[in-house]
Design a protein around this ligand. Structure first.
Ligand code: FES
Length: 161
């Protein structure tokens, strides 16, 4: 009878030790697990206002290239992408900003002052100064960004596709 009672008590002690061990283990493990998985929970907003500098820095009427990079974090993977836009300052705080990415297969177009066109070297795509397709395979005009000017600084609303 006494032996059975002792067994019972030792089972109780084992149970208490197991519960305490689980609780203490949880306190130790949870921050570690959080640390390990936190990169997978991070992400950079896929849209943002990108400042392009003072509008007065862009000459009137001449498409001027501006390049910038965006860092994309996907879990533990970090990717840096570069982008280019053509800023056309029409004067009087009127501005148009085109993507320099061809709408055919995403090559970069170049402004050609002589011919007054945006030219895509990949398949000879051509766009007018207003971004309309004038030749080659591009299916649609150059993309135009939403803009804003605050305290003389031009920004574009960039949405990563
Ligand atoms: S990618 Fe520009 S014409 Fe094909």
């Amino acid at each position: 009878m006494a032996k059975s009672h002792e067994l019972h008590r030792s089972d109780f002690v084992k149970s208490v030790v197991a519960v305490l061990g689980t609780i203490i283990g949880g306190f130790i493990a949870i921050p570690g697990i959080g640390y390990l998985i936190s990169p997978s929970l991070k992400f950079e907003a896929s849209e943002a206002w990108i400042p392009l500098g003072p509008l007065e820095n862009y000459p009137d009427g001449t498409p001027t290239l501006f390049n910038f990079t965006r860092t994309k974090i996907n879990g533990w993977e970090k990717t840096v992408n570069s982008y280019g836009v053509y800023v056309v300052n029409h004067g009087g705080n009127q501005v148009t900003v085109f993507s320099n990415m061809c709408t055919h297969l995403s090559c970069r177009v170049n402004w050609q002052e002589d011919g007054q066109i945006y030219h895509c070297p990949c398949h000879d795509g051509k766009f007018s100064p207003t971004g309309e397709v004038t030749g080659g395979p591009p299916p649609k005009p150059l993309n135009v960004y939403e803009t804003k000017i605050e305290d003389g600084v031009l920004s574009i609303h960039f949405v990563e596709g």
